[in-house]
Design a protein around this ligand. Structure first.
Ligand code: SF4
Length: 371
């Protein structure tokens, strides 16, 4: 690369050398840069610091899909930036709407793969559910994404780009964000943290960090990194069983992280952020819905500042799992309540659109070889 530092030349629109990717398409995604990263990049091109706020605002507040739209930049500069970088700003290739109001979108990625994201409206808020990976290597037994295998991590720009696309598609009404789509966010932790920095930046979308939740099966190292990250993002740990043998069966990759380690990291998170951790527990008929499982969960959460969400299993074709009968779920909840735990049975939105928890990934089909 050969960048000149002649600012006046830049502002007049002197040519900016592009870091070309394949086929002459720029390799740099400006939408994946944090404010400071964008500032460094633009500074390296010889542009003054005040351009950073202008361009960051265009991408993340005005949802511009390209430099050529940035009408208050000199036209030659727009062309030069457009040659040097791109902004991943996808249109959905597919959309599926569920009668409960949830909508699932399939967004094409630049390498021919695709990623799925969901809009989940409930009264008073609209939540964007973002994916962090194409596929997933954790392999939860009840999850469609886990069964499709792992293709690759998403970049910060591909995560922030989903968020911006969902904001556009919702008419700018997204109020909350959950990292609960395809993939295990804390196995792609740097890109997730960068995207979190981008979407919560008040100079862009400015979503309050308390309105963001990162979901994990319990990757202690990633939980510690998230705990050290600025802001108050919530943490949801998909536990699914507090009995090690059951958990190992349901979440094969989580064998690496024992329940004791997960519990310790959860306590570390709640004390660092001064807010409770949420434990997600997908109830599966005859698998983890027994009174013994409920008591084990009650024991596991003793002394942990937390809330427990019990989520009746969604139907995912071919998994062989099903939702427990109401009376078993009630008995499970009653045991937790008697043990003094704050537990709720949650409804999972989007199941008829294939956009509910555990159902993403159908679009992956056989697009590319799995890792
Ligand atoms: S539930 Fe989440 S972590 Fe488990 S396989 Fe599916 S996407 Fe991966």
């Amino acid at each position: 690369m050969c960048w000149t530092t002649n600012i006046s030349s830049r502002e007049r629109g002197g040519a900016i050398a592009a870091d070309s990717g394949r086929d002459g398409i720029p390799a740099v995604d400006a939408g994946g840069m944090t404010f400071s990263g964008l500032g460094e990049w633009l500074g390296g091109l010889g542009l003054p610091p005040w351009r950073t706020g202008q361009i960051f605002g265009w991408i993340h507040r005005r949802l511009s899909g390209g430099f050529l739209d940035m009408s208050d930049l000199p036209s030659a500069l727009r062309s030069s930036l457009s040659d040097a970088a791109y902004i991943w700003s996808p249109e959905p290739a597919l959309r599926a709407d569920s009668p409960d109001g949830a909508s699932k979108f399939v967004f094409p990625l630049r390498d021919g793969l695709s990623v799925e994201s969901v809009l989940l409206p409930v009264p008073g808020r609209i939540t964007a559910c973002l994916s962090s990976q194409v596929g997933c290597r954790v392999g939860c037994a009840f999850c469609m994404t886990g069964r499709t295998g792992f293709r690759r991590n998403l970049s910060a720009g591909e995560i922030a780009g989903q968020f911006n696309a969902l904001r556009r598609l919702s008419g700018g009404r997204v109020t909350n964000v959950v990292y609960m789509g395809m993939g295990e966010p804390l196995l792609n932790v740097q890109a997730v943290l960068d995207s979190l920095t981008i979407i919560t930046d008040p100079r862009g979308a400015g979503i309050g960090t308390r309105h963001v939740t990162v979901s994990t099966v319990g990757v202690p190292e990633g939980m510690a990194k998230l705990a050290a990250h600025p802001g108050q993002a919530g943490l949801a740990v998909s536990l699914h069983s507090a009995v090690q043998a059951t958990r190992d069966r349901l979440i094969p990759a989580a064998r690496r992280w024992g329940l004791r380690e997960v519990r310790k990291a959860a306590i570390g998170y709640s004390s660092a952020k001064n807010r409770p951790v949420t434990f997600e527990f997908c109830l599966l008929d005859g698998i983890n819905d027994s009174p013994d499982e409920a008591r084990a969960l009650g024991d596991f959460t003793r002394g942990v500042w937390c809330k427990i969400n019990l989520i009746p299993c969604n139907d995912v074709e071919g998994t062989g799992f099903s939702r427990p009968p109401e009376r078993r779920m009630k008995a499970f909840l009653d045991i937790l309540t008697e043990m003094g735990r704050e537990a709720t049975v949650r409804k999972s939105l989007g199941s008829s659109a294939g956009g509910a928890c555990g159902q993403l990934g159908a679009s992956l089909g056989s697009e590319a070889p799995r890792e």
